[in-house]
Design a protein around this ligand. Structure first.
Ligand SMILES: [Zn+2]
Length: 415
């Protein structure tokens, strides 16, 4: 058993922070057993790992990250989605048949995420089987929790990324049946324009066996028009996936910028997850997603950096972007409520963490995913309240303030 001491702050509920100043977290075998004051007196024989004057917060969860686009981080963001895919994304992804190149990029991407405080990661890889397996292995070696998706693309792709439908399905099936304990495979049709109806139907059959699914939806208006022209029979964008059996309680839908109330109702009814990616939505001038509508409806929603459309692998920065986006909504329409810091922090931790099980909180029996944050000198000399110290870290901090990262109770290497 381990006993950690520090200033504990987390969001059991989205409306408010739970704060335990000079508190303790008791953990065993990577899980939280107890949290509160005075646990050093209750368990006098246990050694205390003393992080006094530090914040202890849950590790961040990134529900949407293209590991194969890390090399493009920050590049080409003056274009919109469909041009950007052709001019930057697809060219880069074709390089991942080269495993030496893949290893170099994946290694840097995961290290940068850990240094940014992310302990749980949901990845799009490329179409290549070997690259996806390598990414699973690297996640396992580094001790992070992950889902890794080999992308399915059998239409509207450049020749270098266009798959044979049968082979795409078979590789996906193989990866689902041969994944790693901490790095699971996930069914990953890129988006409707990239996947034939036949392939989506067959992936849906796999999903019906309980396997996880991730995809993109309603990110950009030109994309939505394209989907309409490809599937005039569908009620809406979501309906294309739903008819194929791809919308389940293990599905992550990235973006949902333009989803209608009818689509939101299906997402809610099916208990699917939403990955809100505000940085990417700003960068590619896609649109203003109203995360608050999803949260208030009780839809399961977390945050995604969406690297490379997102310009940062830091979920801390994406929390700020999510709040900014809700303020833009509010400035355009005063009836639109603004996301609070606790709501955005909740999405970044427990909201997305639900996808991994009991993750993203310090409640009893949750996995001990924890960041140790050293506040800046000014916070300490001014004797700032714990909440202000957290606000300062989120808005004005940097990765150097993260002095330790734990996933399932194990300290990850700092790179
Ligand atoms: Zn994406």
């Amino acid at each position: 058993m381990k006993l950690f001491k520090g200033n504990i702050i987390f969001t059991k509920e989205k409306q408010a922070f739970d704060i335990i100043e000079d508190g303790f977290i008791l953990s065993d075998e990577g899980k939280v057993l107890e949290v509160g004051h005075g646990l050093d007196d209750k368990y006098p024989d246990l050694e205390v790992i003393d992080y006094s004057n530090h914040l202890l917060i849950p590790g961040f969860v990134d529900l949407h990250f293209h590991a194969v686009q890390y090399g493009n981080l920050g590049i080409g963001l003056d274009e919109e989605l469909l041009d950007w895919l052709n001019d930057y994304t697809f060219k880069e992804e074709a390089k991942f048949q080269d495993l030496t190149y893949a290893r170099a990029i994946f290694d840097k991407a995961i290290n940068h995420m850990i240094a940014s405080g992310t302990t749980r990661m949901v990845f799009f890889s490329s179409i290549h089987q070997a690259a996806a397996e390598l990414l699973m292995d690297l996640c396992s070696e580094k001790g992070v929790g992950a889902f890794v998706g080999k992308v399915n693309m059998d239409r509207n792709a450049p020749d270098s990324l266009l798959e044979d439908s049968d082979q795409s399905l078979e590789i996906t099936r193989y990866l689902l049946e041969n994944d790693r304990e901490e790095a699971k495979a996930i069914i990953t049709p890129r988006f409707v324009p990239s996947c034939s109806k036949d392939l989506m139907d067959r992936l849906g059959e796999l999903a019906s066996k309980g396997y996880p699914v991730q995809t993109h939806i309603s990110e950009n208006e030109s994309e939505i028009e394209w989907v309409k022209s490809l599937h005039p029979e569908a009620k809406n964008y979501l309906d294309v996936y739903d008819k194929a059996g791809l919308i389940t309680d293990k599905t992550i839908l990235a973006h949902c910028v333009f989803c209608t109330e009818e689509e939101r109702q299906v997402i809610f009814d099916k208990k699917a997850f939403v990955a809100h990616c505000p940085a990417a939505n700003f960068n590619l001038t896609s649109g203003i997603m109203n995360a608050k509508l999803y949260l208030d409806k009780g839809i399961r929603i977390g945050l995604g950096t969406d690297v490379g459309a997102g310009h940062t692998p830091s979920i801390r920065q994406v929390i700020v972007e999510a709040i900014k986006m809700s303020k833009v909504n509010h400035m355009m329409d005063k009836t639109m409520p603004v996301l609070s810091l606790s709501e955005a922090f909740y999405m970044a931790t427990k909201g997305g963490g639900q996808y991994f099980g009991k993750v993203g909180s310090f409640e009893k029996s949750y996995d001990l995913d924890m960041l140790v944050i050293k506040p800046d000198d000014l916070s300490l000399t001014r004797n700032m309240p714990i909440l202000n110290q957290l606000q300062r870290f989120i808005y004005a901090g940097d990765n150097l303030m993260i002095s330790a990262v734990y996933c399932k109770g194990k300290r990850l290497n700092a790179y």
